[in-house]
Design a binder for this molecule. Structure first.
Ligand SMILES: [Zn+2]
Length: 269
């Protein structure tokens, strides 16, 4: 039997279904990413082409597939559709599938999916506008502490300390940087985002997230600074790095921390 027929079993059907549901969620996240910074309603009017205003029919709104079938163009006016749409749908699908595989069909995985969805919205809005919308981060803080009551991984006290330590640390950095240099280095958006991350993942996650997001930031910022010759001082949004580190922590955090502790003791670091 060929390998691809071998994949046709109950498990892979469930995986495809979970991925598809996640991609449908991604399609809603695209609407939020496009409309929230413009202060438009995310419910009405229904999706339409931003170029010609023609409503998008349900058969042209199938995640990823429609983009491929239409070859990335509007059916009516042939305007280019941003590649970001299928990327966000694919990301959302993959994250849903990964959470389902790691945590099963549990309340915890649904709550973590909600958190991940907020991080996806924040990442793509921050990339486009260099802002982190308060409409996501502030409710996110309260949802995080509420979610801790239902999630075994973080207690409500760890969540509360996560808000204080996460938000407090970046607030100190922001105030200190401005005091030393007279320039705005870090926006208030990042402060609220790390408070939200602390609420969801607990204070123990904060050192890992600060360390790994700075490392990713230096690697990406350094290489893009070299490519653009703009230097390291060019403003790079920090939100996407904080978000990516939070996702890494959800899946590999405790393992990576244990690995670090083991090796730092062994090497005497
Ligand atoms: Zn159009």
């Amino acid at each position: 039997m060929p390998w691809w027929l071998n994949c046709y079993n109950k498990d892979s059907m469930i995986f495809i279904f979970v991925f598809f549901l996640g991609a449908v969620l991604g399609s809603f996240l695209n609407v939020c990413i496009y409309r929230l910074p413009k202060k438009e309603s995310i419910i009405s009017p229904p999706s339409h082409c931003p170029h010609c205003g023609e409503p998008i029919r349900y058969y042209d709104n199938i995640p990823i597939a429609s983009y491929l079938l239409l070859r990335g163009r509007c059916r009516y006016c042939k305007a280019h559709i941003s590649f970001r749409y299928p990327v966000v749908e694919g990301l959302s699908g993959l994250l849903s599938l990964a959470l389902f595989i790691k945590y099963g069909l549990t309340l915890q995985s649904l709550l973590l999916l909600l958190f991940s969805a907020a991080l996806i919205i924040i990442t793509f809005i921050d990339l486009d506008y260099q802002i982190i919308p308060d409409t996501i981060s502030i409710p996110g803080i309260f949802f995080g502490i509420g979610a801790s009551l239902f999630m075994p991984r973080v207690s409500w006290l760890e969540s509360l300390f996560g808000i204080l330590i996460g938000g407090g640390f970046l607030l100190l950095v922001a105030v200190g940087y401005k005091w030393l240099t007279g320039r705005e280095g870090m926006g208030g958006g990042d402060v609220k985002l790390l408070a939200m991350v602390g609420a969801w993942l607990g204070w123990k996650a904060i050192p890992f997230i600060l360390f790994s997001s700075s490392l990713i930031g230096v690697l990406i910022g350094g290489s893009s600074g070299l490519i653009n010759k703009t230097g390291l001082r060019s403003k790079i949004p920090f939100g996407p790095f904080l978000s990516l580190s939070s996702i890494l922590y959800i899946f590999f955090g405790p393992e990576l921390i244990n690995w670090y502790i083991t090796y730092s003791v062994r090497w005497g670091l």
